[in-house]
Design a protein around this ligand. Sequence first.
Ligand code: NAD
Length: 508
Amino acid sequence: MTTEIAQLATLPILSHWIDGCPVEVLPEQTGPVYNPATGQVIGRVPRGGAAEVDTAVAAAKAAFPAWRDMPLIARSQVFFAFRELMWKHREEMAALITRDHGKTFPDAFAEVTRGIETVEFACGLPVHLAGMNTPNVATNVDAFTLRGPLGVTAAITPFNFPAMVPLWIYPIALMCGNTLILKPSSHTPGATQLQAELWKEAGLPDGVFNVVYGGREAVTAIVEHPDVKAIQFVGSTAVGRYVYETGTRLGKRVGAYTSAKNAMLVLPDADMELTADAAVASGYGSAGERCMAQTLVIAVGDTAERLRPLMLERMAKLKVGPGMEPGMDMGPIYSAEHRESVISWIDKGEAEGAELVVDGRPFHHPANPDGYFLGVTLFDQVTPEMEIYREEIFGPVLGIVRAKTYDEALRLINDHKYANGTAIFTTDGGAARRFKLEVDVPMIGVNVPIPVPAGYLSFGGSRASAFGDLAMRGEDGVRFFTQQKMVTERWPEPGRRGALSLVFPGNS
Ligand code: NAD
């Protein structure tokens, strides 16, 4: 072992979680985990690949029949127990998220509670899994539907919601009777490790929930594994497209929920104070690293002239610093590389001719010079020809776009390649009604800037923001993770078999 590796071994090393146990790895099979507020390495995360995925899939396959056949009430009791444990540990989980991701502690805490909503939905699994029963569809013939699990499933998730996004996927998969491999982002592993331990404590049978850390190699192994029947992916469009195209070509069910560039449309009659709060909160919360952030403000008519000074007032008061420090509004960017990427987008916006109203690049946190901090950035006069209009930046960079009319603003939103979330700000109910009907984006806010639907509803975008036919969570999540079976059944009375007939069966 080299001295460098020996030093690494003194850092806490996370483990894969397979068949109900941590799977220890050698330091040389791990990569660093950074605290983005300090730039320091705080731990090591395994770099799993095909071997670990194979072991996890075998464990999940072995655990499947018993989990599928467990009485629904017994299964739901595991979810109730897990929900209580998650609630008890919610502050600890939020602190792990702040440590790994950088977002402020209150923001991380809110993420954990929004994730728990899906566990609460899963507690009602006997109701969600009920089928239809129609007696007498023909003489002495009854029909009914069953919702059965698929088998081994997988979730591949991003760095930006280390608890909430996995919790939007895997409780639904498990509640439907599937077993699962979670491949979380290696940047933010702490919250995953805690969830695996809490499942064990809640009484989940070994092998039902497994975690494999890693990057491209682990993802490829999951996507190509013949025993993995369905995958939900959340992350960038480039990787999501690969997972969707490869997985479906291999006969798997795949849903991929991907990148975004959301726009809020502001009409001249909007409450400008409320709208300024919304734009600043949505654009800069979690350092802009949310797929539902509104990163474009499409201001109609003279709106920008009135909105911009109100936004600037609010931006001047934002406090940027370590997420665990009380009173902070925004933490660091999650990684050094991503900070560089956001800076290069600001450079590009300037070069493209957008008006740089506030420049976040010079900001450095005095007490944490090695942290990945950036200030907030505002561009005005952003136009659809610019790359900063077309592409996702995923940082604290907001752009104002000026449109002459509602119709022009609507067209901009409907023509954008991404379609995840959108919002309208207005005091006119008729205009809001038109927007809900005319906008071609699935998740819509009316005077609500981050319109993430409640936990029992489905979540998902369209165009380049999602691949697949169904959204995640809610009713769509149950459909995704079950195979519907249609049963047609007859119990003839003894001695009344009827005559042999080769005619196609009619319903009479
Ligand atoms: P990412 O695509 O880099 O990573 C997502 C997952 O894929 C991770 O588990 C990662 O380890 C893995 N991965 C990364 N590169 C890979 C590669 N080359 N081959 C195979 N697997 C790879 O995304 P991210 O940076 O972690 O997350 C940010 C992105 O996620 C943004 O684009 C954001 O909009 C999107 N996102 C979308 C939603 C949604 O619901 N639509 C929600 C949250 C985040």
